[in-house]
Structures are given as structure tokens and as C-alpha cells.
Design a protein. Structure first.
Length: 94
């Protein structure tokens, strides 16, 4: 599941960069949507949430660095997208 998350985030950031549409807002949306989708499938509680958070932020930052777009704003947007994506997860998961 985490491999799919990494690939989804990385591919979406590459596509946005290629189309000259990569911004902090776009980064937020990419990460938020991917995390929210992955969080629906979690069953392990807080440990899996922690791992999901770490994996999503690290893969987003790596993709931003690879694209040459790892600014303070885009990295902050990736972190915010992760937090908000998890916040929308079902309450029983927490």
C-alpha cells in the first residue's frame, strides 16, 4: 500500500512539474488526496498512521527535490496535505 502511495505522489508531482503547474497549492492537493485515499485502507491504528505520515511526507519531499521544486512553501504544503488527509480518516482508525 505504501509503495502505491509513494508512486502516486511522485508521478503526480512529476506530471505537475512537466505541465508547469507545480505550486504549493497543487502540492497540497496531490498529497492530501493520496493520503486520504490511503488512510481509508488502514486497519492498524496509530502505528500505521505514523508510518503513512512519514512515508507520504518523505516521498513528497523526495519528488519535489527531484523536480527541483523543494522550496519552503512546497514542503510545508506537503506536510499540511498529509496532516489534513489523515484528519479526514475514519474516527475508528485513530
Amino acid at each position: 500500500m505504501f509503495t502505491t502511495l509513494k508512486t502516486e505522489i511522485s508521478d503526480a508531482i512529476k506530471d505537475a512539474k512537466k505541465n508547469s503547474a507545480l505550486s504549493a497549492k497543487k502540492t497540497y492537493t496531490i498529497v492530501h488526496d493520496a493520503v486520504a485515499k490511503a488512510a481509508k485502507d488502514l486497519k492498524g491504528g496509530a502505528k500505521e498512521v505514523r508510518k503513512l505520515s512519514g512515508e507520504s511526507v518523505s516521498s513528497a519531499v523526495k519528488a519535489l527535490e527531484d523536480a527541483g521544486e523543494a522550496s519552503r512553501d512546497t514542503v510545508s504544503a506537503a506536510v499540511s496535505g498529509t496532516v489534513d488527509g489523515i484528519r479526514h480518516a475514519p474516527a475508528e482508525m485513530m
